[in-house]
Design a protein around this ligand. Structure first.
Ligand code: HDE
Length: 751
């Protein structure tokens, strides 16, 4: 009967599945079979470390040894587990019915792994999506006491901070070096709760009233039909907006200047932009603008460098910040304040302090230092910290308060609102990066992603069930350990409800012109080129013409040069040009600055002297900068390990270049179409040409100077130092780097 049943089964199978090559359990002699592997785990994988073998010491990109137990990067312990802590023996193979059969629904490990992966992304920030951040500490000088009683400014008081830098327009994966404003947001975890100073690297903003924010951002973001261009203002909708809303002209000229393309987050100023109100221990109020002044000075990329980096190293600023901190060059800023009397009109020297399109020149109100910020630790996990950090202009502490600036008022609504959808519920302040370092007793309960297990029965007050807890703190401000946050008791302007603005908001050009007049000739030339490039990318003639009209109100020379570049008529200014005087503090040039965390490219080849190379490297390193050896191939050259090869190096990565050889073309250089073999490797020649064109310092030792002629670099020009002793190179170079670039190398076209 068994044989009969088997035959019946075979017949049935043939009927039902005539094309099926192989019915399980029914041998078929006519269909090919595939040999199955004998080892289900696969034998082709390279050997992986075993749990009891230890793990090789990790290496960092800056060559700094990574210390600590590698097992710390695991969450807990050494064994892979499911999310519920059950140990897993195989995470590479799904549970299937036979080796070639379907996957079983029962495979919980597979389902859990995919479910979690499928939900790894959260909405990116609607603006400032692309950023990088670091931990650090802020130390008060005690000098703010006369204007502000916030404990964070007390002398010697140290407060933990987290700072996130960002671009505004681009998506999370966009390039760092685009022309844009940069965010500079600082979270102070003070003893009296979190204070967020959510600023930018430009002291003014595009609009005066927050109700226009969605409009200006819609105009700056990619066009809604094609979703291009990414992370740019060089397109029609942006220029359409700023030429129609001319209050944006002041912010726009800052963007068109070198401030729009910073060399590094470490080399940017930061500004709170709005005016805030501070209260001192006697209850007196003052109006205040916050400034971050970088220890390393304010420096920028050239436009060509910025564009090249967009391709060669889109993560340039993120890498720079991380590498500098890792290599011990901890970025520093001084926090300063401009202080203005809290007068009823909230004006200072004719400048409306509630108008965020205006700044107060430092010559009229000096920036007075009140504390120091040092960033000394990189994030451990980008998503958990940089992505999930939630800043808010409403996060204020006793002593610091908002003003009626309509831009700030709108921000106080917007940040909470956006975080609700970005972080998926109302409990984002419980995330580790947002958690205050002060005790929290908030009566906020439940909701999505609640992680606290609240005790007590009465989350309301007053109550008689939880011993009356929590209690109101006192409005008496004398004891920081017990006082509450109290809004400054200022009189609010009264009037009819209106949708209108003060008359002072109509001045859109006096400070735009002041900015232009404050720049040196080379900085002005960059502004002209930036406008010409950006408007040249617009296709709508009317928009270019309207923006030229706006420029005519700023400066006739500026307008004429941009018009010439666009091939358009120079319009006449509709109104007389506004009165304006230069503010020297607005120029980036003319001072010297400390040199730290700079990248020094050192070209080495077969003709380099190993002793020279060692002396050079050691001097650069000892002074807190990073030497990067560039050789014809990886491995060892001139007795040292090469970090970049001629194939991987590009000039934009280096702040200065040292040539220790003039290497001949390597075997990996394709033959020249002319049939003539160049004397020097053409990739080295390109390095030298670009570094020269970007006004960066060049030094040569040994045979290095022989590489200059191929790049048409003369010897007797500023910041080209030839035939130095190795020991003399770094002292000379660091002196040159203190001014960042040698602009004097080139005659400037624009006066
Ligand atoms: Fe923001 N801004 N902003 N902004 N802003 C955001 O909040 C907004 C403005 C700034 O690294 C958003 O959490 C409105 C001025 C920084 O996480 C959002 C207005 C300044 C960051 C928002 C402004 C800034 C943001 C998007 C006009 C300089 C990044 C994601 C009234 C003083 C913070 C988020 C970070 C982020 C709204 C204007 C700085 C949508 C409505 C002026 C540095 O809430």
């Amino acid at each position: 009967p068994v044989a009969k049943a088997a035959q019946k089964l075979e017949e049935a199978a043939e009927r039902l599945l005539p094309d099926t090559p192989h019915v399980p359990g029914v041998p078929s002699s006519t269909t090919p079979t595939i040999e199955e592997p004998t080892d289900p785990a696969g034998t082709t994988h390279p050997p992986a470390p075993k749990p009891d073998q230890g793990t090789p010491a990790p290496v960092s990109p800056t060559g700094v040894p990574v210390t600590g137990d590698p097992l710390d990067s695991a969450q807990q312990g050494r064994w892979l587990t499911t999310a519920t802590g059950v140990r897993v023996h195989d995470t590479d193979h799904s549970l299937t019915a036979g080796r070639r059969g379907p996957t079983l629904l029962q495979d919980h490990h597979l389902r859990e792994k995919l479910m979690h992966f499928d939900h790894e992304r959260i909405p990116e920030r609607v603006v400032h999506a692309r950023g990088a951040a670091a931990h650090g500490r802020f130390t008060g000088y005690g000098t703010a006491a006369s204007i502000c009683h916030a404990g964070v400014f007390d002398e010697g008081k140290e407060t933990a901070v987290f700072v996130r830098f960002s671009t505004v327009l681009g998506s999370r994966g966009s390039a760092d070096t685009v022309r844009d404003t940069r965010g500079f947001a600082t979270k102070f975890y003070t003893d009296e709760g979190v204070w967020d100073l959510v600023g930018n690297n430009i002291p003014v903003f595009f609009i005066q009233d927050g109700i226009k924010f969605p409009d200006v951002i819609h105009a700056g973001k990619p066009h809604p039909d094609r979703e291009i261009p990414q992370a740019q203002s060089a397109h029609d909708t942006f220029w359409d907006f700023v030429s129609l809303h001319t209050e944006a002209q002041h912010h726009t000229i800052w963007n068109m200047s070198d401030r729009g393309i910073p060399r590094s987050y470490r080399m940017m100023e930061g500004f709170g932009v709005h005016t805030f109100r501070c209260t001192n221990a006697d209850g007196e109020t003052n109006l205040v603008k916050f400034h971050w002044k970088p220890k390393l000075g304010v420096h920028s990329l050239t436009w060509e460098e910025a564009q090249m980096l967009g391709g060669f190293d889109p993560d340039f600023h993120r890498r720079d910040l991380y590498d500098a901190i890792e290599s011990g060059a901890h970025p520093e800023w001084e926090l300063g304040v401009q202080v203005f009397p809290d007068t009823p009109d909230q004006m200072f020297e004719g400048i409306d302090l509630l108008d965020s399109t205006k700044l107060v020149p430092e010559e009229l109100a000096p920036v007075q230092p009140i504390g120091r910020l040092v960033l000394d630790a990189n994030p451990t996990n980008f998503f958990a910290e940089v992505e999930q950090v939630a800043f808010h202009t409403g996060h204020l502490v006793p002593g610091i308060d908002a003003t009626d600036d309509p831009l700030l008022q709108a921000r106080n609504f917007s940040y909470l609102d956006t975080q609700l959808s970005r972080l998926g519920g109302p409990n984002f302040n419980q995330l580790p990066i947002n958690r205050p370092h002060a005790p929290v007793n908030d009566m906020l309960r439940d909701g999505m992603h609640q992680t606290a297990v609240h005790g007590g029965a009465a989350p309301y007050r007053p109550n008689s069930l939880d011993g009356g807890c929590p209690f109101h703190a006192t409005t008496d401000q004398s004891d920081p350990a017990t006082r509450a946050f109290v809004e400054a008791a200022v009189t609010v302007a009264e009037g009819r409800k209106v949708r209108d603005q003060p008359a002072s908001y109509d001045d859109h050009y006096s400070q735009t012109r002041m900015f232009w007049l404050s720049l040196t000739p080379v900085e002005r030339e960059h502004v002209v080129r930036a406008y010409t490039f950006e408007l040249g990318k617009c296709y709508e003639q009317a928009i270019k013409e309207r923006q030229l009209l706006a420029l005519a109100q700023v400066d006739a020379d500026l307008c004429a040069q941009v018009a010439a570049g666009l091939g358009l008529e120079v319009p006449t200014a509709a109104e007389p040009l506004p009165e304006a005087a230069p503010s020297p503090a607005l120029s980036q040039l003319g001072a010297t600055w400390p040199v730290e965390g700079r990248m020094i490219g050192i070209v080495v080849g077969a003709g380099s002297d190993a002793g020279d190379v060692e002396v050079l490297r050691d001097a650069v390193l000892a002074d807190g900068n990073v030497p990067l050896l560039i050789g014809p191939h990886g491995g060892e050259v001139a007795g040292a390990t090469v970090q970049r090869t001629f194939a991987t190096a590009r000039s934009v990565e280096f702040d200065a270049l040292v040539l220790t050889d003039a290497p001949v073309p390597g075997p990996d250089v394709p033959p020249s179409p002319t049939g003539r073999t160049p004397d020097v490797d053409p990739r080295v020649t390109l390095l030298v040409e670009e570094v020269f064109r970007h006004a960066k310092a060049i030094a040569t030792v040994g045979r290095g100077a022989e590489a200059l002629p191929a790049a048409a670099v003369p010897r007797d020009v500023p910041a080209v130092l030839t035939d130095l002793e190795a020991g003399a190179v770094w002292p000379a170079l660091s002196k040159l780097l203190a001014t960042h670039r040698a602009w004097e190398r080139f005659p400037v076209a624009v006066g």
